[in-house]
Ligand binder design. Structure first.
Ligand code: TSX
Ligand code: MN
Length: 587
C-alpha cells in the first residue's frame, strides 16, 4: 500500500489495536468520493439536498451531543508539564497513551478503516506538511477531501521522505464520557476518539495545522497561527496582504471575503484563507503566509447575501452542510439567511421546527464544508507555493468598551504585547455565560500546542531575526453605546479601517500617539457616506484612562498566571503602557 516503511508499520499497529474489518487506502479520486457518498446516503449519514438549487450538496446530522469542539477533553501530552503550560490540559505521554488506547482497543470491529494521506499547504510549497489520518468515519474522509489535499499526491510527498504527522481517529460509540482528543507534539502524533465533529475529527485542521504545527513552528523558527489571510488590491492594481487573528464568532470568514462598499469602486479583496496561516521569514525578511487548508469549514448561521455574498456564492454547489435546517423542498436553511422564515422547516435534529419547544432551526454551530477554489474572491495567489508577503498583522476581539475601532502598535514587541493581551466577550454561540470577557491571546487559547509564555517568547524572537516585519494592529468592530447598540456598521465598511492600516504601512495615514499605540485622527479614516455623528466617531476612537486602568490590571493578573516564565519584555511593555497613562493624567 505504501513504500514508506514507517507509515506501513504504523498503519499495521493501528490495525492490531483497533481491529477493523477492512482497510481502505484513500486515493482521493472522484470515484472513491462518489462511492463513499453513496454508502452514506444508504446508511442515512448523508441526505441529498435539492439538486436543482444546490447541485451535489448534502446534509449531515451529527449526534446531538456531538456538535462542537470540547476544550475540557483536549490534552497536550508532553514529557514536562511546564511545556504544555497553564493554557492546556496536560497528561504525561505514556499515561495519555494508556488512557486513550483503552478506548481504541477493538473500536473498529465490523468497520472499515480509511487511511487518508493528506497535505496541508499548496502542492510544491516548501512550507507544505503531510499527515496521515486513519479513521472509521466516511464523513471524515469526504470532509478531509474538501479541507486538505488528500490521496496519491500527498502519499507521494510522504514517500519522498518528507515526514508526516500520525493521526488516529475513531467515532468510538460517540459517548461524551468516552471522548478524548490528545496531542503528542514530541511524537508528531494525534489521537482522537468519541467525536465525529469537525474540529475534533478532521485532524488536519485544529489538531495538526494549529496545535502540532505551532509546536513544530517554535522549534523550526516559523509561525502557525489562527489567522485569516486576505489581499487588498487598490485601483492601481497593487495588492497588499494582511493576516488577522480573531477569536471564534468574530467574523474571520466574513472579513476574509469582504466586498468593498460604495465609494471603493476599483478596489478588490482577495481571499487567501479564513482560519489558519503558516508564516515563514523569507530571504527578504518579510513574513510569507500560506493557507494550509484547501477549503472552508465555516459557521452557517448569520451567513447571508447581506453579510457575506462571496460566501453565499461559494456555498451553492458541492458543499456538505452539517446540522443546518432544511426547507420542505430540501434546501439548506439557517437563522440569519436571506428571506423570510419559510413554513414547515425541519430542524437540525430532523424535527418539525418549533422555536419555543426546541430552539433554533439550525444548530448555532452548524457548518458548511466547501472548497476554497469555488469562492468568487479566491486569490490568484491562494495556491502559490511561496505564499504571500504579509504587510500587516491584525489582532481583534469583541469588546463593547475598552478597545477603539483600530490602533497600531509602536513596534513589533509592543505588537506581541497587544496580541498577548487580547480578550473577547463570550457569545451565545458558545456554552456558558455570554458577555463575559475572556483572555484569548492571539486568538490561540484553544489551539496553542505549548506553553503560552514560550509562545510569546517565540513571537518576540522575530524582532532579532528581521527588520522587515509586518506592522501590528488591533481592531474592534463591536464597540457599543450606552443603549447597547453597535456604533460601527462593520462588514463591508471595515474596508475603511483596512485602508487606514495599509496607509500606515505605506507611511501616509495620519495618527495620534496615545499610551496604547497610534490611533487614527478622525480625519485620517474615510467615514464618507456613513452618516456617523462627530460624537460617534469620537466614541469609536476614544481611549478612556479609567477603563484602561482596569484593563491593564486584568492583563497583569492574567500574565501572572505564567509566573517566572513570562517574558521580561512583556512585563516591560505593560509597565510602559501604565506609566504612559500616569504621565498623561499629570499633563
Ligand atoms: O463578521 C462580522 N463583522 C466582520 C465583517 C467583515 N460580524 C458578525 C459577527 C459574527 C460572526 C459583525 N457583527 C461585524 C463585523 O464587522 N459587526 C457586527 C456588529 C453589527 C451587527 C449588526 C449591525 C451592525 C453591526 N447592523 C446594522 O448596523 C444594521
Ligand atoms: Mn477557527
Amino acid at each position: 500500500m505504501t513504500s514508506n516503511v514507517e507509515l506501513a508499520a504504523w498503519v499495521e499497529e493501528v490495525v492490531q489495536l483497533t481491529k477493523p474489518e477492512a482497510v481502505h487506502w484513500c486515493s482521493g479520486s472522484e470515484e472513491e468520493n462518489s462511492s463513499l457518498i453513496n454508502l452514506m446516503e444508504n446508511s442515512g449519514d448523508l441526505i441529498k439536498l435539492n439538486e436543482e438549487t444546490h447541485p451535489n450538496c448534502y446534509l449531515h446530522r451529527s449526534d446531538p451531543k456531538d456538535v462542537a469542539r470540547v476544550e475540557h477533553l483536549t490534552f497536550v501530552c508532553t514529557k514536562n508539564e511546564l511545556d504544555a503550560g497553564p493554557n492546556n490540559n496536560w497528561l504525561e505521554p505514556s499515561a495519555g497513551h494508556m488512557k486513550i488506547d483503552k478506548l481504541f482497543n477493538g473500536c473498529m470491529e465490523g468497520r472499515t478503516m480509511y487511511v487518508i494521506p493528506y497535505l496541508m499547504g499548496p502542492y510544491g510549497s516548501p512550507y507544505a506538511r503531510a499527515g496521515v489520518e486513519v479513521t472509521d468515519s466516511p464523513y471524515v474522509v469526504v470532509n478531509m477531501r474538501i479541507m486538505a489535499r488528500i490521496g496519491l499526491r500527498a502519499l507521494e510527498h510522504i514517500e519522498k521522505g518528507n515526514g508526516f504527522v500520525k493521526g488516529m481517529h475513531s467515532l468510538g460509540d460517540l459517548d461524551p464520557d468516552k471522548r478524548l482528543i490528545m496531542h503528542f507534539p514530541e511524537e508528531l502524533s494525534i489521537k482522537s476518539i468519541g467525536s465525529g465533529y469537525g474540529g475534533n475529527a478532521l485532524l488536519g485542521k485544529k489538531c495538526h495545522a494549529l496545535r502540532i504545527a505551532s509546536s513544530q513552528a517554535r522549534s523550526e523558527g516559523w509561525l502557525a497561527e489562527h489567522m485569516l489571510v486576505l489581499g487588498m488590491e487598490s485601483p492601481t492594481g497593487e495588492t497588499k496582504y494582511v493576516a488577522a487573528a480573531f477569536p471564534s464568532a468574530c467574523g474571520k470568514t466574513n472579513l476574509a471575503m469582504l466586498v468593498p462598499p460604495k465609494g471603493y469602486e476599483g478596489w478588490k479583496i482577495w481571499t487567501v484563507g479564513d482560519d489558519i496561516a503558516w508564516m515563514h521569514l523569507g530571504p527578504d525578511g518579510q513574513l510569507w503566509a500560506i493557507n494550509p487548508e484547501a477549503g472552508f469549514f465555516g459557521v452557517a448561521p448569520g451567513t447571508s447575501l447581506k453579510t457575506n455574498p462571496n460566501c453565499m456564492n461559494t456555498l451553492g454547489k458541492n458543499a456538505i452542510y452539517t446540522n443546518v435546517a432544511v426547507t420542505k423542498d430540501m434546501q439548506p436553511w439557517w437563522e440569519g439567511i436571506d428571506g423570510d422564515k419559510p413554513d414547515s422547516l425541519v430542524d437540525w435534529q430532523a424535527r418539525p421546527h418549533d422555536l419555543e419547544l426546541n430552539g433554533p432551526a439550525a444548530h448555532p454551530n452548524s457548518r458548511f464544508t466547501v472548497s476554497a477554489e469555488q469562492c468568487p474572491s479566491f486569490s490568484p495567489k491562494g495556491n502559490s507555493p511561496a505564499g504571500v508577503p504579509i504587510s500587516a498583522i491584525i489582532f481583534g476581539g469583541r469588546r463593547a468598551t475598552v478597545s477603539p475601532l483600530v490602533y497600531e502598535a509602536f513596534d513589533w514587541n509592543h505588537g506581541v504585547f497587544t496580541g498577548a493581551a487580547m480578550a473577547s466577550e463570550t457569545t451565545a454561540a458558545a456554552a456558558g455565560a455570554t458577555g463575559q470577557v475572556r483572555r484569548d491571546p492571539m486568538a490561540m487559547k484553544p489551539f496553542c500546542g505549548y506553553n503560552f509564555a514560550d509562545y510569546w517568547q517565540h513571537w518576540l524572537s522575530f524582532s532579532q531575526k528581521s527588520n522587515n516585519l509586518p506592522k501590528v494592529f488591533h481592531v474592534n468592530w463591536f464597540r457599543k453605546n450606552e443603549n447597547g447598540e453597535f456604533i460601527w456598521p462593520g462588514f463591508g465598511e471595515n474596508m475603511r479601517v483596512l485602508e487606514w492600516i495599509l496607509g500606515r504601512c505605506a507611511g501616509h495615514s495620519d495618527a495620534l500617539e496615545t499610551p496604547i499605540g497610534f490611533v487614527p485622527r478622525p480625519e485620517a479614516i474615510n467615514f464618507d457616506g456613513l452618516e456617523l455623528t462627530r460624537e460617534t466617531i469620537s466614541a469609536l476612537l476614544n481611549i478612556d484612562p479609567e477603563i484602561w486602568a482596569n484593563e491593564l490590571c486584568e492583563i497583569e493578573t492574567y500574565f501572572e498566571t505564567y509566573s517566572e516564565k513570562l517574558p521580561e519584555s512583556l512585563r516591560l511593555q505593560l509597565e510602559r503602557v501604565k506609566s504612559s497613562f500616569a504621565k498623561e493624567s499629570v499633563a
